[in-house]
Design a protein around this ligand. Structure first.
Ligand code: TRP
Length: 476
């Protein structure tokens, strides 16, 4: 089901889907009336939900029994919508929330988005092809979903290279630890595969969405670039760009933006992103700008005129709507579809119902926080899965699945055995909440101090080097 919609090939029309949905609705009712087995009914309901999501994506409107799709429905695009369905989790580029203390149900998200799970087989294969132990983000399911990663590896094994693309929306001067996740992982990928990387700073996006001036957004882009560079990227292999600068400087980039704009309708972006008639036209056309770096000829200084170099995008799953759209237009404008690796969200201190937010100082640990601030924030705000009293905790144990300190350790504590021991000790009651928090504090304090040290070394001249369009150390 997912596959037939997945990439727009052999995709169904709104009317075909409407008819399938109606038939599936009848089927569910029939099963319920016949008191069929619970598992059978559940499977039928799941399919129904999935069809509804697919329908909304393709038709640009919710399914209503008895109301066939209207004439102006859009051509099929790429996979189910980011939100919708009978699901309580909200995941789109602007909102992430769930009522579940353990966080978003990522398996359900894979079904809804029509992506694939990063299973053990894929992790093993990455290990084999890269010749290195997989990063703990892969081993622990922090990067949990993908599109076309096997294809990327097939090609790489045949000496066909690829490049990496990731990005950041610079909405303030300071970044928080959650923002580092895609960059830490991208750096690992760049090191093991030895490939070019482009990093888009969408200062234009933040200007369009927030109450900020163009100057502010551009300034944030440059400041954020320093934090990104401090992750250790190689200047000979990495190009970082601000949209406000690069869009005007690169005819090739802008040509791709326009090509994409021509092949996506307003109806489609409404369906994918939920834009309304009162959104400014800048927002409506912005997705084309986030899509353009997925195509290698947007960067002639790096790839010459080659338009066939495969792109791999590591990103948090909330960015997927942009790339579903990108994958849908790619074949229609003669380019390969970008592959993707999706990460889970970095939870807010208050709990995994939402992600860390740069606009709420108490929900986040910033890269500028002092050791004391880190300690206080964790002790005061990190949601605990522990019991109310020490006696109860010793007796019944805590719940690491909802404990934010434990979750943060899964991101930042590299030693698998140590992490597993902490989990067991916490669950058994041997380890108290205060002790768990102390381990986290002692993990984060040096990590952030080292980041601050590296960031200090990043001069304006270094930033300029990274952000100058130029040839990298690769020959295409
Ligand atoms: N829209 C993203 C944000 O707000 C920034 C971004 C642009 C991005 N291109 C990307 C993120 C590619 C991941 C991959 O943060």
């Amino acid at each position: 089901m997912t596959d037939c919609l997945g990439d727009g090939e052999g995709a169904k029309t709104p009317m075909e889907l409407y008819e399938e949905l109606t038939a599936q609705g009848d089927q569910v009712r029939a099963l319920k009336t016949a008191k069929a087995e619970k598992t059978e009914i559940e499977a039928a309901v799941q399919l129904l939900i999935k069809l509804k999501v697919d329908y909304k994506q393709v038709a640009g409107q919710d399914y209503k029994a008895g109301c066939p799709p209207s004439e102006n429905s859009v051509a099929p695009d790429n996979g189910p919508a980011a939100s919708g369905g009978d699901d309580e989790d909200t995941v789109d580029p602007w909102n992430v929330s769930t009522t579940n203390a353990k966080g978003v149900d990522y398996d359900k998200l894979i079904v809804r988005f029509g992506s694939s799970k990063i299973d053990k087989e894929l992790v093993d294969r990455i290990e084999k092809v890269a010749g290195q132990r997989p990063h703990h983000f892969l081993r622990r399911g922090i990067f949990f979903s993908h599109r076309d990663m096997h294809q990327v590896l097939d090609a790489y094994e045949k000496q066909k290279s690829f490049y990496l693309y990731t990005g950041r929306g610079p909405s303030s001067e300071s970044m928080h630890v959650g923002h580092l996740i895609p960059f830490i992982f991208t750096k690992w990928l760049q090191d093991v595969f030895d490939i070019p990387l482009v990093i888009q700073l969408t200062d234009d996006e933040k200007y369009l969405w927030k109450d900020l001036t163009l100057e502010d957004c551009h300034h944030f882009a440059v400041e954020n670039a320093k934090d990104i560079i401090a992750c250790g990227f190689d200047v000979n292999k990495t190009f970082i760009f601000s949209d406000l600068d690069y869009m005007g400087a690169s005819p090739e980039f802008y040509r791709n933006v326009v090509k994409i704009q021509k092949h996506v309708t307003f109806n489609q972006v409404k369906g994918i992103f939920g834009f309304t008639d009162s959104d400014c036209i800048g927002k409506i056309s912005f997705p084309a700008i986030q899509a353009a770096p997925s195509f290698s000829n947007s960067f002639p200084q790096i790839f010459g005129s080659r338009k066939d170099i495969q792109c791999l995008i590591p990103c948090a799953i909330d960015q997927d709507p942009y790339f579903r759209m990108t994958r849908d237009v790619a074949p229609r404008i003669g380019y390969p579809k970008p592959a993707l690796l999706h990460s889970t969200f970095f939870p807010a201190l208050q709990g995994a119902q939402t992600k860390m937010s740069a606009s709420d100082a108490n929900s986040s640990i910033f890269l500028t926080d002092t050791p004391k601030q880190i300690k206080n924030k964790i002790n005061k705000h990190a949601f605990s899965g522990g019991k109310d009293t020490v006696e109860e905790h010793r007796q019944d144990g805590g719940n690491p699945d909802v404990d934010v300190s434990f979750m943060y350790l899964t991101f930042f504590l590299e030693d698998d055995e140590q992490l597993e021991k902490i989990r067991q000790d916490y669950a058994s009651g041997a380890l108290l909440t205060g002790e768990l928090k102390k381990i986290l504090i002692e993990t984060l304090q040096p990590m952030i101090a080292q980041h601050q040290e590296r960031r200090k070394q990043v001069t304006d001249e270094t930033v300029k080097q990274f952000m100058t369009p130029r040839r990298l150390n690769f020959h295409f």
